[in-house]
Design a protein around this ligand. Sequence first.
Ligand SMILES: [Fe+2]
Length: 331
Amino acid sequence: MSYKALPKSVQLNFSKSEAENLLLLSANLAQHDFSSPYLYDHNAVGNAAEKLSGPTFDALRNFASGSNRFGTLLLKGLPIDSALPETPKFGGRPSSKVPVSEVSVAILGCLVGDIYSYGDEKEGLLIQNICPVKGMEHRQENTGSSFLEFHTEDSFHPIPPDFILLNCLRGDRKKQAITATASIYNVLETLDDKTISQLTQPNFIIRSSSSFGESSYTKCVQILSFEGNKVHMVFDPSAMIATDGSSAAAMKCLHKVLKKETYGACLEPGHALLIDNTKACHARTHFEPFYDGHDRWLQRVFLSRSINSFTSYMTPNTRMIDPLKVRSLCA
Ligand SMILES: [Fe+2]
């Protein structure tokens, strides 16, 4: 995958005082593991988020309303755990880890949207650990380490996230793992009218990721949809099948232009990537895992602009979508 460096305009550095403030608020709340859907305390996280002031926090709040042309923000200078345990072998959370980064990412997420999770993925954890897992190298999902093709996160699900936030705890030592995004706003003007029209037809069948285990979601989607001057993109070529030749050709054309407008970064500790999942798809290059406790380790959260319209599909007193309840939304 070839890529360009993200422009400086979408890279933000936390100032020393912003990072210290976030660390202090996070450390004060780190008595609980907020990654658990049963222990997450939204009032505490929301109150902490309200106390954050500074240009980087304001930029995060503004991203929620319109994001930017790249559908991406790269944040740098987040507080780092002083003592990080070994990278988890199976993507679980090590019990020895002090949950400071979990609180930090929850607070940052709260500035952008409402955090939530899926009960049928990663045990419903609100803050998920993304690490390479032995034997899963070639999976097109978070446990893999071979090239992860462009995708809109969980677009097969009836309630996909509006934003995803990836916080890097431990980088890839060989710096091979490039996380990249491609935005519809950077390529729309290069597509002809016929291709755009074809992409707005609901002629694309998308199937769920293996990370959802035995749960199976399938839906027919349009790749592009327009609402006023806004464009919404759903794109996942490895999980998507076009139902006719013209649709397949349009999908191939979109894929080709997105590959030319791909922007990436090798995430390092203290970096977080915020992606507008309605504008930009994302991918990750191949990297070599060693399974020695020092492999790449990210934490991920899913965010919605508002969870108010789907709280009835959640397990009571949690922000975790109940797979049985959401079945009624599946075609
Ligand atoms: Fe992803």
